[in-house]
Design a protein around this ligand. Structure first.
Ligand code: ATP
Ligand code: MG
Length: 464
């Protein structure tokens, strides 16, 4: 991966931008204001001194001299220059606290000139000989001008110091941001890479190693979700393997048996009675195979997801009658009295063919897994279809197991494939119902519960 596109680089860049932005804001808000305030403060100090000294001098009526300006200079910590007015609005310095031989540098001082022209205290910032000065000047009643000038060198140096401190601390912050970005992201990147490896492991079908991440943040939650997915996929994979193993085993038995009989048929010397017997057994095996194929197809349809089912009113009395007609011959063969009770039968909502299919699975079990001679009853009551038998019953701890695919109880009289009840329950669930079991020795009741049909949920198709 391009290192500049990594999370670390992006995080560092984002942090660096934040630091730079904060620095720019502080710079813009602080540096110019600081300088302006410091200069303004110095100017108003000088203006105050100028006003004060002038007032004192006028009150004392002293004639200005060198001592006067020296004294004023010490008091204000500034250079003080005393000007006399000349003709044509110009002025000339006569006393200067700087003791310069000629006060040429302040001869045409703009602040002093302004004070000679305008009344009141004048102030301003002046550049002279490469240096900056804060100046205040005031004229007395005679037109003499008193100028206070203080270098801004120290003040501006302070501002520079603040600027450079800000710059250095900004650079340090930038460095820390870059390091923190890379450091923080590398911790996350390591965890993300671990998750990526786990996902690849799962994708390649290795479900054994758990996905581990002990963080309590979103990544930790993602890892936990991954692990749940791993466990579920692992269970599904086991179920798939088991299903294939069971299905192939179930298919192999009748196919082997058919193969054996075909071998025997090659033997020309079979008498007619044996031939007929063999043919009968072979027909049974073929029927078994075709039932198995149908069941497997149903299961694969159920597993594939949504299934097309009608949503129609189903008269359970009709279902019960149909079932009793269909199974009359089998019941007679196994010597089971088959009764039907539809007095309280109602109308359920479901798919007629699928309801009939569930009923077949239940009646088939009641006839095949019970001793001959015991009665079997098909009862329609409300939106329930009950199939009752008088067999030896199913132990309570096996009640859930009989609904599991390919499961048969030990010592079952007839050997089926163990798919009937599993399919029945799934189909019932798809129609919003369920198949329930109550059993004790002598009475076993399988109940198909379906949603009752009422005028509110009246469907489009007619009653069958
Ligand atoms: N009425 C019943 N009385 C006693 N045992 C039953 C009854 N119904 C089901 N069983 C037991 O539950 C098991 C599972 O039934 P299920 O209908 O799912 O499969 P099966 O009848 O064995 O095969 P098939 O797929 O052909 O129906 C049966 O093998 C049998 O042992
Ligand atoms: Mg069955």
């Amino acid at each position: 991966m391009n290192p500049f596109r990594s999370v670390g680089a992006r995080l560092s860049l984002a942090l660096a931008l934040v630091v730079l932005g904060a620095l720019a804001v502080v710079w813009v808000a602080l540096v110019p204001t600081l300088e302006r305030r410091l200069v303004a403060g110095r100017l108003s100090e000088l203006a105050g001194s100028a006003r004060g000294v002038l007032r004192e001098a006028e009150a004392a009526r002293t004639l200005p001299n060198q001592d006067f300006v020296d004294e004023a200079s010490r008091g204000a910590v500034a250079r003080v220059v005393y000007y006399r007015p000349l003709a044509l609005g110009t002025i000339s310095p006569i006393f200067d606290s700087a003791h310069l031989l000629s006060s040429q540098d302040v001869e045409r001082d703009p602040i002093a000139l302004r004070a000679a022209r305008d009344p009141g205290v004048q102030r301003g910032r002046v550049s002279r000989g490469g240096n900056d000065y804060a100046e205040a000047a005031v004229a007395d009643s005679a037109g003499d001008v008193l100028l206070f000038s203080a270098s801004l060198h120290a003040t501006l140096e302070d501002v520079d110091l603040v600027q450079s401190r800000l710059l250095w601390s900004g650079l340090a912050g930038l460095g820390v941001a870059l390091l923190a970005g890379f450091g923080g992201a590398s911790v996350f990147a390591r965890r993300i890479r671990r998750l990526e490896r786990a996902a690849e492991r799962i994708a390649s079908g290795d479900f054994d190693q758990p996905v581990e991440d002990h963080g309590r943040d979103e990544l930790g939650q993602l890892a936990a979700a991954f692990d749940r997915m791993r466990l579920r996929l692992s269970r599904l994979d086991d179920a798939r393997r088991e299903f294939i193993a069971n299905a192939s085993h179930e298919l192999r038995t009748p196919i082997f048996s058919l193969g054996g009989f075909l071998e025997l048929f090659r033997d020309e010397d079979l008498d007619e009675a044996t031939r007929r017997e063999f043919l009968e057994t072979m027909t049974e095996q073929v029927e078994r195979l075709s039932k198995l194929a149908t069941d497997l197809l149903d299961l694969s349809r159920l597993d594939a997801g949504p299934m097309r089912l009608e949503h129609e009113p189903v008269e359970l009395a009709t279902i019960a009658e149909d079932l009793s007609e269909e199974f009359a011959a089998v019941a007679r063969r196994f010597d089971h009295p088959l009764e039907v009770d539809v007095r309280e039968g109602g109308v359920a909502l479901g798919d007629y063919e699928r309801v009939l299919q569930i009923g077949r699975a239940l009646v088939d079990n009641a006839l095949l897994h019970t001793p001959s001679g015991t009665p079997v009853r098909i009862v329609a009551r409300g939106a329930d279809l009950r199939v009752e038998d008088a067999g030896s019953g199913i132990p309570v701890d096996q009640h859930e197991r009989v609904f599991v695919r390919f499961s048969r109880l030990e010592g079952a009289r007839a050997s089926g494939t163990g798919l009937g009840l599993a399919i029945a329950r799934e189909l019932a669930a798809r129609m919003g119902g369920d198949v329930e079991l109550e059993s004790r020795p002598g009475l076993t009741v399988f109940t198909l519960r379906l949603p009752a049909f009422s005028r509110e949920n009246e469907p489009l198709a007619p009653i069958r």
